[in-house]
Design a protein around this ligand. Structure first.
Ligand code: IPE
Ligand code: IPE
Ligand code: MG
Length: 248
């Protein structure tokens, strides 16, 4: 029998930040002749399991693409159901996050969220603020292009007010004005459901991430699938523009 996959992982070579595009809830439900919302509900169970998996390995940062700005254009009923699910899940999961040392964080155009969702989000973020084991960032109403444009705007404003010299603008400064700051860059980005695209997710931050695509639909994605992705990540040679000889 195959040894437990978690035991095959090199603990000294774990990514410190994993970003995931949780995709395929709708198709998962459709395959079962159910409404899309059913898939979203099932997807919450995967979120719980993946957080457990990340905690087991001691990975300090996990970022989940939960809702994109583009997703606002979905049918009204689906959007409403997703927002309801967000509120109920946060309420339920906060206790678990407190027990396990998970600190909740959120990025995106949060002001677009319904008041109820925003309030429960802020409450949970405040309640878990002192936790240190893992930072769980939810990308909500998130658009990477919008995030970058807002950073550019903030820098322009500083220049306009005479608080910043144009020549002082560099990659580091722009990075510091992204919503993800001060999170480290994800080393591994996983997308479920077989789609091989970025869909406006962390465009700047993923510049050198290893990308892992799996046909598994999000509601079926569990910690063993996560370990499989990390195993694959550990086989990659991250060269950062150098030659293979240089990095060896
Ligand atoms: C991901 O699953 C969840 C969100 C985007 C909110 P989808 O709802 O995109 O599922 P598919 O891609 O239609 O199967
Ligand atoms: C990306 O999934 C957004 C989230 C997973 C939250 P989508 O299903 O919205 O992406 P596209 O439309 O297939 O690119
Ligand atoms: Mg999708």
């Amino acid at each position: 029998m195959e040894t437990n996959i978690i035991e095959r992982l090199d603990r000294s070579k774990l990514p410190q930040h994993i970003a995931i595009i949780m995709d395929g809830n709708g198709r998962w439900a459709k395959e079962r002749g159910k409404l899309r919302v059913f898939g979203h509900k099932k997807g919450v169970e995967s979120v719980r399991d993946i957080i457990e998996g990340v905690l087991d390995l001691g990975i300090p940062y996990l970022t989940l693409y939960t809702f994109s700005t583009e997703n606002w254009n979905r049918p009204k009923l689906e959007v409403a159901a997703l927002m309801e699910l967000l509120v109920s899940s946060i309420a339920k999961e906060t206790k678990i996050m407190l027990d396990k040392g998970v600190k909740l964080n959120a990025i995106g155009n949060l002001e677009q969220l319904p008041t109820k969702a925003l309030n429960s989000l802020h409450r949970s973020i405040a309640q878990t603020a002192e936790n240190t084991k893992c930072t769980l960032t939810l990308a909500l109403s998130y658009s990477s292009r919008s995030e970058i444009a807002q950073a550019a705007k903030a820098l322009a404003q500083l220049v306009k007010e005479g608080d910043l010299d144009v020549d002082a603008i560099d990659e580091q400064l722009l990075n510091q004005h992204l919503q993800t700051y001060p999170l480290p860059e994800p080393e591994l980005m996983i997308r479920t459901s077989g789609e091989q695209r970025i869909s406006n997710y962390l465009l700047w931050q993923l510049a050198y991430a290893e990308l892992y695509f799996t046909p598994t639909l999000w509601p079926d994605f569990r910690r063993n699938d996560l370990y499989q992705a990390i195993l694959e990540y550990q086989k990659r040679e991250r060269r950062f523009g150098l030659t293979s000889e240089q990095v060896k």
